[in-house]
Structures are given as C-alpha cells and as structure tokens.
Design a binder for this molecule. Sequence first.
Ligand code: DGJ
Length: 705
Amino acid sequence: MTDKTLIELSGQQTQMIVELGEYAEILHWGQKVSGDLEGFRMALHRPVPYGRLDNDVSMTLHPELGRGVFSSPGVEGHRDGQDWAPVFVITHQELHEEGVVIESEDVIAGLRLKTELKLDKNDVIKTRHTLTNIKDGVYQVNRLANTLPLPARANELMTYYGRWVYEFQTVRQPLYQGGYQQENRRGRTSHEHYPALVAGTAHFDEMSGDVWGFHFAWSGNHRLRVDVKADGRRYMQAEVIYLPGEVALKEGESVATPWLYASHSNSGLNGMSHHFHSHVRDTILPSDFKDKPRPIHLNTWEGIYFDHDPEYIMSMATQSAEMGVERFIIDDGWFKGRNGDKAGLGDWFLCETKYPNGLQPVVEHVNKLGMEFGLWFEPEMINKDSDLFRAHPEWLLAVDGYNQPTGRNQYVINLQNDEAFNFLFERLDHFLSTYNIAYIKWDMNREVVQPAHQGQAAAHNQTHRYYQLVDKVREKHPKVDIESCAAGGGRIDFEVLKRTHRFWASDNNDALERQTIQRGMSYFFPPEVMGSHIGASHCHSTRRRHSIEFRGLTALFGHMGIELDPVKEAQAEKQGFERYIQLHKKLRPLLHSGRTWRVTADDCAHQIHAVVANDQSEAVVLIAQLAMPTNSLSGHLRVPGLDPNGLYRVSVLDKPSNYDDIVNYQPPWTESGCELSGTWCKDVGLTMPILDAESAMLVTFERIR
Ligand code: DGJ
C-alpha cells in the first residue's frame, strides 16, 4: 500500500481521486469534498470476500485479464496469436495543472500505453489512450477502450435512440445486474446511436440526483457499454469498433482512442448540461468565431429542392433580406447533372444549364443585399451516374467483387485514396477561392457499408480522413463557417464540432417534433450550435400544420433560420417570419451565451425551456404545450437560476393569436405582467396559462432590483 500515491484532480465542483502504483485506479469521482488524502485512502479501500481471487482486484482505466479483472478489457489484440493478455505497469507519470499523463508498459507483450486524464474548470473530464507497439512484429489491435468507474449507487440510465427525422430521443432504464451496450456500425456518428449516455442515482431528474454524463467524441463506428460487474461495481466504457484487421501496428506505430468526455453533477441533468455547455463554449468550438453573432439563415432546400433558376433564387434572396435574413444558402441542386437525387454527386462543377451566367451574379446579389452567401456540398459521396464515377470507378469505398446496397442512390468515396482526397479538396478550394462564400453546409447522406481500402477494412481511417479533409479546408479558408449535416442529425458529436460551427439537428422542421429533438440535443450541446429553422406551415416531413407562432418560438431557441420559399408565402406568414427574426436578433446575445434550464413542468403535456443570463439580469422562458393539458388547470411555472434576492419584472413577450379566445380568462400576470423575487419564481412560481395543444408562449424575466 505504501508504494502507492494518491493524486487529486479538481474542477469547480468535481473531485477525482486517483491512486497510482503499478497502475492507476480512480477511487472517487464525484462531488468535491475537502479533507485529508490519507483519510480518503482508508475510507475507500475495499474488503476481499471469500470465494473469489485472494487479492483485491482494481477496476483500472484499462481493465486487464492478467490482473484478474473479468470485465471487458481495455486492450485486446495479439501478435500472431501471442501477447494477447497484456498487463501494463506504470513507468512514468506527469501531473499537470489540468490532469495527469501516465505511461505504462508491458515489456513481455511489447506494448506501451499512454493514458491522458484531464479535468477542467468546467468540471468536464476527458480521457484517451494511445497504444504503441514497441516490439518486433505486427500487433493486431482488436479493441482499445476508455474506461471510467461509476459508483454502485448509479443504478439508472438515460440513453439515446432515434432515426432519420427523429433524432435525439431519450429513454430511461434501470441498471441493476448485467448492463447496457450500444453498437454503432453505420460508419458515421449516426441518428440511431448518438454516442452519449447518462448514468445516475435512482430517479435522477433535471434538478436533482447525482448524474455522470458521457460523450464519446467520434464520428464513426463505436461501442458504448455500462456494465455491472458480478460484485456490484460498475463502469462505463467507450471505444471505436475496429473492423477485422483494420488496426495493425508495426513496430513503433501507435493508435489513439478518441476522447471520452464525462462530467458529474449532484444537481441532476441541468447541472450536467451546464458543465458540458460551458466546456463546449470554452474549449471545443473553434475560437475564431466566438464573438460573431450567428447570422440568421435562409436555406433554399425545402423551398425549391432541385429546381434552380438563378433569377428566381435572386428574388428569394431579395425577399429574405427584406425579412431580416443575414445569410442566404443555396442547398443541393446547383452542380452538374444534379436534377434529382439519382445523379451528379461527385461532379462539383457549376451546372451551366441552370446557371448560364455563372454563380457570381447570385453571390453578388446576395452580398449587395447585405447578406452572407453559403453553399451546400456533400464531398464524401458519389453517384454512379456521374462523370466522376465514369472516370474513377476505383474511388469507391467498397470491397471489390461485391455489390453493396446504395443509400439515397449513392456511394461513399474512399478518402484514403490520395487522388480522390486531393480532387475533393481542389473542388472545395476552387469554390471557396472563386466566390465570396462565408459558409458551407457539409452534408453526408448515406451510411458506410463494407468500407475498404486496397481490400482491407478501413472505417476507422475513413473517419480520420474526413477530419483531415475538413481541417485542410479550414486551414486554407479559416473564415468560412461549416455546418455538419448528415441527412439532418447523423453526424453530431464533439470531435466534429472542433472543426465546424453548427449542426443541422434534423431534417424534421415540424415544431412539435423539434421540441423533443432539440431537448434531447440540449443535454450535451448549447443552443447556438443547433441549426433550427422555421419551415413551411405544412411540414414536409410529417405533413402536420402549425401556426407561425409555434414554429417561430420553436426555432428561436437555436441558431435560427428559415427554410421555405419566401416568394410563395402569404403576406401574413412573411410578417410572422419577420417578427421572429427580429425577436431572435433581440434575444440572440442572451440565448447564445446564457445558461439553459430544462424546467420541470407540473403537467407532462408541457415542455418548458429557459435561458438565464450568466449575470442573472434576465431570462427568457418558453412554455410549449405539446399535447392537450392533462387537467383543466396545469399547476405552476417555476423558473430556476434567477438571483434569489433579485426582483424581476415578468412579462409575456409572445403568445398564440387566439390566446384570449379559448377560455373565460387567463392568469392576470399574462396580461399585465407582475414583479416577483427570484426565490418566489423558483419555489412558488406563476399559475400556468391555458394553451391549445401544439402552441407556445414566451415569457421574459427582467431584473429591476
Ligand atoms: C439532407 C439534408 O439534411 C437536407 O437539409 C438537404 O441539405 C438535403 N440533404 C439535400 O440533399
């Protein structure tokens, strides 16, 4: 015991106590408690029961079979069938201000492992391993996983599921015996298996309970696991799924895991989100755009689809500018052969039939109207019906001899082929260098099937090459904003966000569905990175109809845009767009910097969302009525996060047009406002108004004292 040392990593509220000896073990990760490290050691060491191995077995950051850990190992691989159960011993450790870097070796197996473990001021941990082959012969890596322990009281999970137009759905499940596993083999982050989950104490909710949230920053295949060991201890593990043979290290070569991000909060899910949002703002988002207000978009996709006529597009731009739009984006359909979704991908040359006078007049028109110009690309994809495929059928990401299924009639390009990679860079560079393009929407509309380079499995490297392509574009064009889109929200994760600025959260612009999708996304992402558009009143993906108020207020709480053809819209609708654009501009500084609270409602037919200024001077609250109220009265609106000693003026900023007609009378505060203390707002609240299903109301709180 004496040859072991304890180190402590601290955030503002989080403490991690790590014991370092032959290996590293996290003894405590949770709320910060002051005290003496030696006392902690005595308090935390475990008993050894009969009927199992004679020594205490630690759950290290990389569980090892050779030490008697019967859990999912941190490293699995072999060298021609040898060296398959490595046991690492620490050779070197360095404690930095933010964390610790540990180097371990197994001299028999000929492997070195570097483990980085950091805890920042926003209480977010990040960890990763790098494995190096230090011996003669190729080491075949089957698995390399990040592992973090969870305390035994973490006995409930919140995990994600979803699909196209139905992203970020959450589900709760107990965690008692056995465990949870999710595997993503779709080759992109995916709609189905968003790489994050939350473990917590029984019945944790938005405001209470201990929670441990995890986000695996990787845009390809992954496995997430939460396991309850037979002795009751539990851990979370995240790894890239390596396809057979795809990671083979020659002597001196290394492979690194993606970063696993994690955060503990003892004040429920809101507390956890505050940590992740601050971390994203301070550390993940590219720093170059932080101070620039996020411009309001008009995206042409649902307005005109593939039907491009530059004169008409310019009239759309004129009307957009009149409504207050700040960035005009031409979506899919502008390039050679792209008249539908069956052909053209890969031919990144302007369609001269549609644009006989080139793109320049359109860009100039948009710029003259005072708007930025943006353009859509889907660089990684190819249609067989394209000049590119006819010239380079060998550029497909595929295994020769097999016919893989198409997705949206398209295939993936092998980015590991240097010629293909350079061609795509040259095409993107050409457009970004020729035109005044401020933004690109980088789409990716199909899953990856049988990814191979020179016959060998190559999913892992394809994802790295995608990052490299984006990085190369950004290096040459650092002023261009990039949106990550993959048929809506199929590629949303922290690693993409390090090199992009915004996500297209979903192809579903139905305000009712968006309420759930946006809420699911809000657990890990702040609102400013979430693309959120007002679509046409008749939603294209669900065929539901919603009022402009409900659509406007729903889109308000993200990076707002409009997605329709303004030329065809009625005057009343246009006035609505203008109103919500103005409202967004007014509230944007608050919405994009403040603290998000998912507010607990008394009636589950409501979803309430608040953003409170960091200095608690103001707040904006959205009451969304998702379904018919359960009872005729719906309890109270209680708003957390305000200054308990402050006095606030409460006012209704926006409400449904029929608000006064649907009941005898509404709560008086919704008519004339009122003044209340921050404590009252949090603990007692205001009577809820009566709203129709699928409508919303916006309330503001302004500190007057
Ligand atoms: C899928 C995206 O999610 C849409 O917004 C749009 O850009 C289409 N692709 C274009 O093909």
